[in-house]
Write a protein that binds this ligand. Structure first.
Ligand code: 13P
Length: 253
């Protein structure tokens, strides 16, 4: 079975109006001047405030899709500072990252809140990219499996395996994020397989179709080895997605 392959750029809190314009102009040139094929889907997730500008620029670059880095778990109302899933759809987003480890850590997002966000996204037709991953300490304590399965279970207990229909999982070991340390292709593959096999216990077809991305210090020099693994379907890229040329290099098949 061939699964959808994707590369998703998470800009985190980087960028300016000027940089957004320059980035998409460079990315457009790189795509147009190249005969290389891209992965099935290339997605860029700028900060909320630049989504409208990016959406406008992407009208000229339909190969690249737009995503957000977070979403409210509420549909609308008195939630100062939050952004509803319907607003993301309104502005042209198709994807949204939920449960990123930086939000779990700095914003104390609970499993319950993350599940609310995941289902709020799904209810509007956005594709949620659920991030799971263990910390360095958890890995050393040999708790990787229980941590990632617990994060998966928080979604499964709400609405069962069908929750993952038209969703994406990103395995991002926290110790590999922004550190230059990448999980080896074999280490990452083992966790991806565990996630897929766990979902396959409920629905084999769905588990086979579900894209599972790897994230954590992915760059053009290590992407191919990771993508060669049978259960790694692409990458969620932080730092290396900030340079259009480098991001493009990762996106090539
Ligand atoms: P880096 O690629 O900078 O390690 O970040 C990974 C990440 O957190 C993407 O969401």
């Amino acid at each position: 079975m061939t699964r959808k392959t994707l590369v998703v750029g998470n800009w985190k809190m980087h960028g300016s109006k000027e940089q957004v314009a320059a980035y998409f102009s460079e990315l457009q040139k790189a795509i147009q001047n190249s005969s290389d094929k891209l992965l099935n889907e290339v997605v860029v997730c700028p900060p909320f405030i630049y989504l409208a500008q990016a959406a406008k620029l992407l009208e000229q670059l339909p190969q690249v899709k737009l995503g957000a880095q977070d979403v409210s778990g509420f549909t609308q109302g008195a939630y100062t500072g939050q952004i509803a899933a319907s607003m993301l759809v309104d502005i042209g987003c198709q994807y949204v990252i939920v449960g990123h480890s930086e939000r779990r850590q700095y914003c104390q997002e609970s499993e319950e809140e993350i599940a609310d966000k995941f289902f709020a996204a799904k209810a509007t037709g956005l594709t949620p990219i659920l991030c799971v991953g263990e910390t360095q300490a958890q890995r050393e304590e040999k708790r990787t499996e229980s941590v990632v399965l617990g994060q998966l279970q928080a979604i499964l207990t709400r609405q069962g395996v069908q929750s993952f229909q038209d969703a994406i999982i990103a395995y991002e070991p926290v110790w590999a994020i922004g550190t230059g340390l990448t999980a080896s292709p074999q280490e990452a593959q083992a966790v991806h397989l565990l996630l897929r096999q766990t979902l396959a216990e409920y629905d084999v077809g769905l588990a086979q179709r579900l894209p599972i991305l790897y994230g954590g210090s992915v760059k053009s020099s290590n992407a191919q080895q990771l993508f060669a693994m049978p259960d790694i379907d692409g990458a969620l890229v932080g730092g290396a997605s900030l340079q259009a040329s480098e991001f493009f290099a990762i996106s090539k098949v």
